[in-house]
Design a protein around this ligand. Structure first.
Ligand SMILES: [Cu+2]
Length: 398
């Protein structure tokens, strides 16, 4: 019988990953096997200040805790089901015995409500994978049941300084409601990294010149996400199918993460600053916007306003000059909703939401705590052009 490697330990065998807004699942070692335990259930989850949902997930959270193990480990994963319906867990991308694959009805009986099932397998590979139900997955994933699996390479020679895990998903939460709607197929209105919408997303805090790895996953219902980074470029080094040989890696500033895949990127953080990292689909970086409104851009609404004010004296048509100011105006919004809401930034209002976060690349980083806003060196911020400059350069403005 082949002698198994000893269970991989943090520090000795790997640098632990960081799951912004999340956590890593603890394990115990029993007779050389890593023992882990996930419990499904329902709980309140805050997507961003102002919006809390009734969600389903693992260990009282969405995304579920990141499972972090090492190539060559054997794992025993107990799954206790506290949902009102059966479930199962599929280990997306892991090569394992057919009966451990978690497809209910095909590879196993579904886990009934109130029971605990046991999965046990070896990890003979390394990379970035995911876990999610394979029973009523339309409902269970729409309510938040998903998590990431990181299998570290045993004896990895060049470990990154920072190793992040980012799982994308999408939700439909009607204004003023709290229950994500699994029936939605098109009009998702809450887009998230690790189940948080900006400004609820924690920043990725990075030391200047660190080697950084980011492991993206996508378990959205219907959408692929082109994730874009500002101020630097990365290389795509792996998918959930395995590592990409160095000669085959390619540079990007936007990596497309299709539904049901992972994409791992690496870069050296040579450029200090506050850098946006976000899905490049414009409707995926706003919060709970309605998409059925009338297009008023460029319209003269004076007659509409006059007629409507006979019935609603405070009525005012909005959006004639664009919609960037909707978020800024601080209008009252319905209870438990974040329509078009962003947050105050260092130079005005950041009118972003959804799948948007910030890389904070700094000299002197000591923790993942938010270091505040970047202090720009003098003369490096865009500003109003001066009259003398306009004349010097022959620019004729208004
Ligand atoms: Cu997107």
């Amino acid at each position: 019988m082949r002698r198994r490697a000893s269970p991989g330990l943090p520090g000795r065998d790997y640098t632990p990953v960081i799951t912004p807004n999340g956590e890593t699942l603890p394990f115990r070692i029993v007779d050389g096997v890593k023992v882990l335990h996930l419990t499904t259930g329902e709980f309140d989850h805050e997507f961003a200040p102002g919006l809390t949902g009734k969600c389903w997930g693992y260990d009282g959270r969405t995304i579920g805790p990141t499972i972090e193990v090492v190539e060559g480990d054997r794992v025993r994963i107990y799954v206790t089901n506290r949902l009102p319906e059966p479930t199962s867990v599929h280990w997306h991308g892991i090569i394992l015995p057919s009966g451990m694959d978690g497809v209910s009805g095909l590879s196993q009986a579904p886990i009934p409500s109130g029971e605990t099932y046991l999965y046990e397998f070896d990890l003979n590979q390394y990379g970035t994978y995911m876990y999610h139900p394979h029973y009523d997955e339309m409902t269970q994933q729409a309510l938040g049941m998903m998590g990431m699996i990181v299998v570290h390479q045993r004896g990895e020679r060049r470990r990154p300084d920072k190793d992040f895990v980012m799982l994308s998903s999408e939700w439909r939460i009607g204004i003023g409601t709290s229950r994500p709607d699994p029936n939605e197929m098109v009009d998702f209105n809450v887009l998230t990294f690790n189940s948080k919408a900006f400004p609820g997303t924690a920043p990725l805090v990075i030391q200047l010149n660190d080697d950084v790895r980011v492991r993206f996953g996508n378990l959205s219902a219907m959408s692929h996400h082109p994730i874009h980074v500002h101020g630097l470029a990365w290389r795509v080094v792996a998918t959930d199918g395995g590592p990409i040989a160095p000669a085959g890696q390619w540079p990007e500033t936007t990596v497309l993460v299709p539904v049901g895949t992972t994409r791992t990127v690496e870069f050296t953080a040579t450029n200090p600053g506050d850098w946006a990292m976000h899905c490049h689909m414009t409707h995926h970086t706003m919060n709970q916007m309605g998409h059925s409104g009338v297009n008023f851009v460029g319209a003269d609404a004076a007659r509409i306003d006059a007629a409507t004010r006979e019935l609603l004296p405070s009525y005012m048509t909005m959006g004639q000059a664009g919609m960037g100011d909707h978020a800024v105006m601080g209008m009252p919004v319905p209870r438990n909703s974040i329509p078009m809401i962003g947050r105050e930034g260092p130079k005005g209002y950041i009118d972003m939401g959804g799948m948007f976060t910030i890389l904070k690349v700094r000299d002197q980083v000591t923790s993942q705590a938010d270091p505040g806003w970047y202090a720009d060196p003098p003369g490096t911020v865009a500003r109003r052009a001066g009259r003398a400059e306009l004349e010097r350069d022959g620019v004729r403005d208004l």
